[in-house]
Design a binder for this molecule. Structure first.
Ligand SMILES: C[S@@+](CC[C@H](N)C(=O)[O-])C[C@H]1O[C@@H](n2cnc3c(N)ncnc32)[C@H](O)[C@@H]1O
Length: 229
């Protein structure tokens, strides 16, 4: 949840473009840059496979739909899902995390960006937000910006930790109350399709046992203020 500064960020596809933007400069993003090369432990890879399987079951096949994996990290989850979407854009504020994605799949499309620091995302039909919301202080603002990038009828697939009173950290949320998140998403114009805890694991969050949920929220058409029914 560190500070931000104006900067330039790169858009990878392999051919690199430079666009003006704002990038997180301190705190968590520096931390993620520092751990990118060691991020892929067998434990994280195993949990990522469970998450990818859960998302796959939720989406089914969406061969005509575009997706963004926001806060993609090293691509542990998203790279397993390339076959179900028309395309996935891997987005992260950490350059080293994106380099890990590119190192695993040379044709993966990557974008270094932080929407909390003013960057814009292209429109997408699906946005995956996996184990990333807990790192952002302003939950509502991040969700609002992601919903803003969804096409009408698009879906936000949010995977994160259930609220866990045994975890306490100044840097991350100790999980989330799903009803609170559902309330935020509804106010942002999304309908909740489903929300369920799908995984319990040992030492999953700050050395504590924890559980992960998946929320599937669909962006509704804008409300007509004059409609009466
Ligand atoms: C715990 S990792 C999760 C990575 C991946 N989603 C997974 O589950 O394996 C969180 C990732 O979110 C990125 N991140 C954190 N805050 C971000 C922000 N505001 N904008 C873009 N990426 C962010 C970090 O750089 C990091 O790669």
């Amino acid at each position: 949840m560190g500070g931000r500064r104006a900067n330039e960020f790169t858009v990878g596809h392999h051919r690199k473009e430079i666009i003006r933007g704002m990038v997180s400069s301190m705190g968590n993003i520096n931390k993620f840059d520092g751990i990118a090369a060691q991020y892929d432990t067998p434990e994280r890879a195993a949990v990522a496979s469970v998450i990818a399987g859960r998302i796959r079951a939720c989406v089914g096949a969406a061969p005509d739909k575009t997706a963004i994996d926001y806060g993609c990290g090293t691509g542990l989850v998203g790279l397993q899902l390339l076959d179900i979407f028309k395309s996935i854009l891997f987005v992260d504020a950490s350059e080293n995390m994106l380099a890990a994605v590119a190192g695993k799949n040379a044709s993966a499309r990557t974008l270094r960006a932080d929407i909390m620091a003013g960057a814009r995302l292209p429109a997408a039909d699906y946005i995956l937000l996996v184990q990333t919301l807990l790192h952002e202080k302003d939950t509502r603002a991040l969700l609002a910006r992601l919903c803003g990038a969804l096409n009408e009828g698009g879906r936000l697939l949010l995977v994160d930790f259930d609220k866990n009173q045994r975890v306490s950290s100044p840097d991350i949320h100790n999980g989330f109350d799903r009803r609170e998140l559902a309330g935020i998403l509804e106010k942002l114009g999304c309908r909740l399709n489903s929300a369920e805890t799908f995984y319990h694991g040992e030492n999953l969050l700050m050395g504590r046992d924890a559980s992960l949920f998946l929320m599937d929220a669909e962006k509704l058409p804008p409300q007509d203020p004059f409609r009466q029914d």
